[in-house]
Design a protein around this ligand. Sequence first.
Ligand code: C2E
Ligand code: CA
Ligand code: CA
Length: 742
Amino acid sequence: MKRKTKPIQYLIAILISILLFASVMLLMQHVQKLLLSDVRLSLSEIVNQNKDVISSKLTVELNNLNLIAQQVSDKIDQTGNTDGENIKKMFLEYVKKNSDESLCYSDLEGNAVFGGGQEVNIAGRKYFQLAVKGGSNVSEQIVSRLNGEDVFVIAAPLYYNGEIIGTLQKQYPPKEMHELCSISLFSQQGSMYIINSDGYIFVSSDDNYKESSNYYRTLHLTDADAATSLAENVRAGKTGFMEIKGDGKSTFSAYTPLKEIHDWYLITNIDTSVIIPNVNTVIRLFYVILILVVFAFAIILFYNLQLKRRQQLNLETLAFVDNVTGGDTYTKFEATLTELLEQADSDTYYILAFDIDGFHYINRFYGFEIGDKILKQVYALCAEQLQQGELLSRTSADCFVAALKNPAASWLDDILCKSVTIEDIIIYFSAGLYPVKDKMEGLSLMIDKATLASTEAKGKRFKKVGIFSREFDETLAKNEHLKQEIDRALEESEFTPYFQPKVDIYDNRLVGAEALARWIKKDGTVRPPSEFIPISEQTGVIRLIDWAIFEKTLQFLRRNLDRGVHCVPISVNFSRSHLFDKEFADKLKEQLDHYHVPGHLIEVELTETTIFDNAESINTFIKHLHNLDLIVSMDDFGSGYSSLNMLKDVDIDVIKIDQAFLNSATDNTKQQIIFETIIQMSKKLQLETVVEGVETAENVAAMRKTECTVAQGYFFARPMSSDNFEAFHMVKGETASAFFVP
Ligand code: C2E
Ligand code: CA
Ligand code: CA
């Protein structure tokens, strides 16, 4: 199954990064704005201070002129003569006395005389026109009519008796005016300009801006927008602040009108780096940190996503790669086949199920390491035979399942029907095929059917791949029906023990019995265990059957104890699945207590394989049973692969020797030796032995040879109903032997 990587996760990660970046940027801009407004405030303060300083300096100059005008008008007062010639005389006298030749007097018509006596007409000059109307003022930079040099002029009206009778002027060379207006700003790092409303610079502290050049025009070259907005604001007489950008640097600029002097404006500029050097550094630092943080965040985020992806891949590997075979797991097989089946025709595929005969014992004898090696090689061997679009996986233990397109592939015969040798062990398989007809049937049912078909090959010497046919379908349906029937039979208490006596072969004494389950139907038919035990083991219902048989055995014992009959121990079969029930011993105790049956009257039969499989934990299990005074026996000894050696490690009380063993022991010397050895060893280990399936007098003779005592078999008695067994009990004793002899 293809796993899609999730781009959405990366998209979210990118979005988060962008959002984080954007929000920090906004925050930074806000901080920057706050800082800027602080800067604006302080710069406006500075420009205002400068304005005050310049205004007051110019006011002082104007006041001086007014003072002179006062003195001249006082003189006029002494003579009482307001004649123009007289005033001129007064003025020249004052000049001479105060030796200030930069002063100039003009009558109302603009006829002016300078301190040095030179005469010019200034009627056309703006400063004169303002002064003659009563306005003290400072002129723009103009060219002197006297010597053709650049000058500034401060002009004030000359009053006499409240009436203007002329004007007084004082000339300032640009340098002097410059000194008057310049003040040191920001430790010489700022610059200051005085411009008129047309942008002409009168005073500049900056060498780049020459006096009389135009501020707007020069500014236009670096920042046209700033120049336009400044011109507009100046014309409107506004006070303001702006940031000028250009020439790779940024300048804060504050401007305010010098109201005292008609249309003059004071502009104070300061390089941003001067006024906020730290701020800029801090902001830059912030940006660097921000970028680093966002970068780090993004890296961590992506790393995490990668990690998650890798973890997911690992999980997928765990889920999809079988760690034993290195091939596909069943999960992978199921997912891929489901996809393939969706696209394929219904009859494209054949499901093949196979397992290794007796793998269980291979594992036990050769160890799990060899077992795993075999599984791995079997997988590899079969996987390399697959064609395009065919699949193989191990479902559990030694069970494999494949989806094939070609049911006649030669490897089915060559491998699965013959044998392979791995690690010097000859491996046989049992395989079954199920042709898929309806792809909607469900994979597990298909595998069940293939597995069912494989049972045809089980235990056969010459193997064939079993093919699922209609009969199997019928078996499946029957099994399904049987399962339901068993459930019902349990509810209706149809399972009952039959008892088969165990006899001492020397005196025919009844020494015990085995409870064997029978399903007695309402119509009286008796069904043997072979018809319901295997399927009950599959479904797990066997445990309920065991408990039912156990309880009925207890009831039987109770009844006989109550009647004062001498009771012999009865063994009850418990399936291997009880081993995993932690409450098994408690449940046994509860029932024993309920029926007041002493533990020594019950023998718990566990099959050889149960004990063999759980050699390590079995003794703890047995200990719990011994604590209840129960007898524990190992059933079917010799039917499997148990080693004689393990007998000494397991804490059982009785071994029941399998019937098959006994039969072959009679005509095979080697088997007989083994049989004898088992008996001898059991004796040494103080284990009781019961020989099962004693059918003939020869069997009994063989037992006598090895000094075996207890037998269970048709030769003595078949399993019988409780009523019959009760009667059997009664005749037990001296007369019993007559009863036994067939
Ligand atoms: P088992 O535990 O080995 O029981 C002995 C089987 O051998 C019985 O078969 C018995 O009838 C049969 N048998 C006894 N003497 C002879 C003889 O001389 N010749 C031959 N050919 N057979 C003889 P049965 O009753 O059909 O039971 C078959 C198996 O079903 C039992 O084998 C046991 O494994 C299982 N079984 C029976 N009852 C229960 C039960 O209540 N619980 C569980 N878990 N399994 C049970
Ligand atoms: Ca048994
Ligand atoms: Ca047995």
